[in-house]
Design a protein around this ligand. Structure first.
Ligand code: NAD
Length: 420
C-alpha cells in the first residue's frame, strides 16, 4: 500500500514535505510512521441509476488520516479524475491544517469519480445519497464530518444530512458542515475561506509595510474561494488587476469591478466574454507584477517553470497544493516573496466548519459578526505562531506551519501511547 500511495505524485509531494518536517523535528521512527500513514482508506462502489434507465457504478473514496485528536474533518469532491492517492494526500494536509489551527479534529478527504457537469440534479442526488449510505458504517458526528469541496455544494450536504438522519431516525445536524444556513449551517461559512485568504493577505502586506489600500492583487480561480477573496480585498481598497477561471483570464490595469465579474459568471457560467477587462494568456496572468498573487483553483500551478518569474510580493496559497516542491525550492531562495502556505492560508473554511459543528452539537446559533470575529482571531493566532516559529528556526513559512502541526500530532500520539 505504501508503494501504491507513493505512486501518486500528489501523495508523493505530501510525503516529501512530511519527511522534511520530520527530519527537522528529529521525530523518532515510531512517531514518524504513525503520523505519516493514513489510519483508514475506504473505497466503496456506488451503483446509480441514470435518467436514461442505465446503471453506472462509480468509485467513492474516503481517507481518514487519523482520529487521534478527534473526528476527521474534510471535504468531499466530485471530479472525474478522483484518485485514492490524491485523496490521501489531501487528507494528510487537512490533518496538519486542523492541528495548526488547534481544532479538535484529524484530517479527512473524500472523492467520487463522477463529472458533476454531466449529471442531472436527480442523478447527483442519487449518487450523493447512495454514497452516504455506503459510508454510514464509517462516519458520524464524532467519527467523520464531511464538507463541500470541488464539485459539491451546500445542496450536496443537505442530501447527505437527510440520508444520514433518515437512517438514524432523528436529525443529526453535525454529520456534515457547509449546509444551508436554514438547515443549521453556520452564518459566514460560504465566505469563510475567501475571507480568511484576504485577511491573511492583509496581515502579510502589513508586515511588508504595503498599505492594503494601495496594493494590487491577481486571483486565479473565480469560484467560491477566489470570488470571496477578491471581493473582500476589493472592499478593503485593494485593486484586483487580474482574474481567471477555467474559461479564460482577464486583466485591467485600473482594477476589475469584482461585483460585475461575479454577476457575469452568475449569468453566463464563466468569465469568458467578460467585457470590463482585456483577455490575457492564463499562464502569463500568474507572472504579472502585483502585490498579492492568489492561486485559488487547482494544485501544481506554481511550478519549476514559472516560480522564478513570479513578480508578486505575497503568494497567498488559497488552493490546496498550488506550489510544487520544485517551485518551493525556488521560492526558498526568493525571500522577497512572502509565502502564506496553503495549510494556513485556506484554513478559514475548516475553522468555520468547526464553528458550525460546535453550534450543531450545542443546538446554538452565532451571528455572522461573531463567526467572522472568531475566525479572524483564530487565523491571527496561527499566523503569528507560524511567523514566530519560522523566525526562531530559520525555516520557510511552509515548513514552520507543518512543523508546528506535526509536532502537535506527534505529541498527542506519544501521550496516548501505542495500543495494545
Ligand atoms: P470552485 O469549484 O468553487 O472554484 C474553482 C475555480 O477554479 C472555478 O472558477 C474554476 O473555473 C477555476 N479553475 C479550475 N481550473 C482552472 C485553471 N486551470 N485555471 C484557472 N482557473 C481554473 O472551488 P473552490 O471551493 O473555490 O476551491 C478552490 C480551491 O481552494 C481548491 O483547490 C480547493 O481545494 C481549495 N479550498 C477550498 C475551500 C472551500 O472552503 N471551498 C477550503 C480550502 C481549500
Amino acid at each position: 500500500m505504501r508503494a501504491e500511495l507513493l505512486k501518486n505524485p500528489v501523495f508523493a509531494m505530501a510525503a516529501t514535505q512530511f519527511d522534511q518536517v520530520a527530519d527537522f523535528l528529529e521525530l523518532n521512527d515510531e512517531i514518524r510512521e504513525r503520523c505519516k500513514w493514513p489510519k483508514r482508506l475506504i473505497t466503496v462502489t456506488v451503483p446509480v441509476r441514470h435518467d436514461d434507465g442505465s446503471t453506472r457504478v462509480y468509485f467513492g473514496h474516503r481517507v481518514q488520516h487519523h482520529l487521534t485528536r478527534g473526528p476527521v474533518k474534510g471535504g468531499l469532491r466530485f471530479h472525474p479524475e478522483v484518485d485514492l492517492g490524491e485523496v490521501a494526500a489531501l487528507a494528510m494536509w487537512m490533518n496538519w491544517k486542523c492541528a495548526l489551527m488547534d481544532l479538535p479534529f484529524g484530517g479527512g478527504k473524500g472523492g467520487l469519480n463522477c463529472d458533476p457537469r454531466l449529471l442531472s440534479v436527480g442523478e447527483k442526488e442519487r449518487i450523493t445519497r447512495r454514497f452516504t449510505m455506503e459510508m454510514i458504517p464509517f462516519i458520524g458526528e464524532s467519527i467523520d464530518v464531511m464538507a463541500p469541496d470541488m464539485g459539491t455544494d451546500e445542496q450536496t450536504m443537505a442530501w447527505m444530512l437527510d440520508t444520514y438522519s433518515t437512517h438514524a431516525g432523528h436529525l443529526v445536524p453535525g454529520i456534515v458542515t457547509g449546509k444551508p444556513v436554514n438547515l443549521q449551517g453556520s452564518a459566514g461559512r460560504t465566505r469563510a475561506t475567501g475571507h480568511g485568504v484576504a485577511f491573511l493577505a492583509g496581515r502579510a502586506l502589513s508586515k511588508l509595510d504595503i498599505p492594503v489600500r494601495s496594493a494590487s492583487a491577481v486571483v486565479q480561480g473565480f469560484g467560491n474561494v477566489g470570488t470571496f477573496a477578491a471581493e473582500t480585498l476589493a472592499a478593503g481598497g485593494t485593486r484586483i488587476s487580474g482574474i481567471s477561471d477555467v474559461t479564460g483570464a482577464f486583466w485591467n490595469d485600473k482594477g476589475i469591478p469584482v461585483d460585475k465579474a461575479i454577476e457575469h459568471v452568475r449569468r453566463t457560467g464563466g468569465l469568458q466574454g467578460f467585457p470590463e477587462a482585456d483577455p490575457i494568456d492564463p499562464d502569463e496572468l500568474l507572472v504579472q507584477e502585483c502585490d498579492v498573487l492568489i492561486p485559488a483553483a487547482t494544485g501544481g500551478v506554481i511550478h519549476g517553470g514559472n516560480a522564478a518569474r513570479l513578480k508578486c510580493r505575497v503568494l497567498a496559497e488559497a488552493a490546496n497544493g498550488p506550489t510544487t516542491p520544485e517551485a518551493d525550492e525556488v521560492l526558498r531562495q526568493r525571500d522577497e516573496i512572502f509565502v502564506i502556505p496553503d495549510v494556513l492560508c485556506n484554513a478559514g473554511g475548516v475553522i468555520v466548519s468547526y464553528f458550525e459543528w460546535v453550534q450543531n452539537l450545542q443546538r446554538f446559533r452565532w451571528t455572522e459578526r461573531e463567526v467572522i470575529t472568531r475566525l479572524e482571531t483564530q487565523l491571527e493566532g496561527a499566523f503569528n505562531r507560524v511567523l514566530h516559529f519560522a523566525g526562531r528556526h530559520q525555516l520557510s513559512h511552509r515548513t514552520a506551519a507543518q512543523a508546528i502541526a506535526v509536532h502537535t500530532v506527534g505529541d498527542v500520539k506519544a501521550q496516548r501511547g501505542l495500543f495494545p
